[in-house]
Design a protein around this ligand. Structure first.
Ligand code: ADP
Ligand code: 5GP
Length: 183
């Protein structure tokens, strides 16, 4: 990567964003990950400050008032937002940053930072496999899974608005495709 880029990965829940970002970061330690703030409850495997900063609704709303977020949105009944300072510091020091955002966040970042931003939508190979992965992850309640599937069907319709759309069939191949786009 020559000049620093902001890379936005979006997908339906269970599309594979976190898994792909983990692999990319292990292979490319210079790539920074923007840790988001959220009001959702931590799930098994979540780590404060690593996967998310977990905030109360009041803390999050105070962050909105103080314009601390580069973007924020309500997703699946919770707030999610990107701390602006971290992204700004990375870009200033020449580091590329990868972000895991929903489609509303991707829109906002593209609008604010334009040509610095590469947006990529990750697609599950089929609806059947998508549900299997979401259930197989074992981190969400049945109610939460059904809500994510419902919301995901609307999100899938936005895939053509992204710079790239990749089908996440085999992990190795998807990582290779991402590397071809980014490096
Ligand atoms: P997201 O962050 O987009 O919600 P995850 O990265 O948590 O999605 O992936 C959802 C589940 O699917 C995880 O259990 C993950 O291990 C699995 N998964 C992701 N990509 C693949 C793939 N290409 N093949 C098989 N399983 C996958
Ligand atoms: P999860 O709760 O499954 O980790 O994430 C739910 C959704 O919120 C995913 O679509 C994820 O991409 C999105 N998300 C995570 N962090 C942010 C953020 O900072 N801003 C926005 N707009 N969406 C986010």
């Amino acid at each position: 990567m020559k000049e620093p880029k902001l890379i936005v990965l979006s997908s339906v829940a269970g599309g594979g964003k976190s898994t792909l970002i983990r692999i990319l970061q292990a292979k490319h330690p210079d790539l920074a990950f923007s840790v988001s703030c959220t009001t959702r409850a931590p799930r098994p495997g979540d780590k404060e400050g690593v996967t998310y900063f977990f905030l109360t609704k009041e803390e999050f709303e105070s962050g909105i008032e103080k314009a601390e977020f580069l973007e924020w949105a309500r997703v699946h009944d919770n707030y999610y937002g990107t701390p602006a300072k971290f992204v700004e510091a990375c870009l200033t020091s020449g580091k590329s940053v990868i972000m895991d955002l929903d489609v509303q966040g991707a829109d906002q970042v593209k609008k604010k930072l334009g040509s610095k931003v590469i947006t990529i939508f990750i697609l599950p190979p089929s609806e059947e496999e998508w549900e299997k992965r979401l259930r197989g992850r074992g981190t969400d309640s049945e109610e939460s899974i059904l809500k994510r599937i419902r919301n995901g069907k609307a999100e899938l319709k936005r895939k053509d608005d992204f710079d790239f759309a990749l089908v996440n069939d085999e992990l190795d191949k998807t990582v290779e495709s991402l590397e071809r786009i980014l490096f």
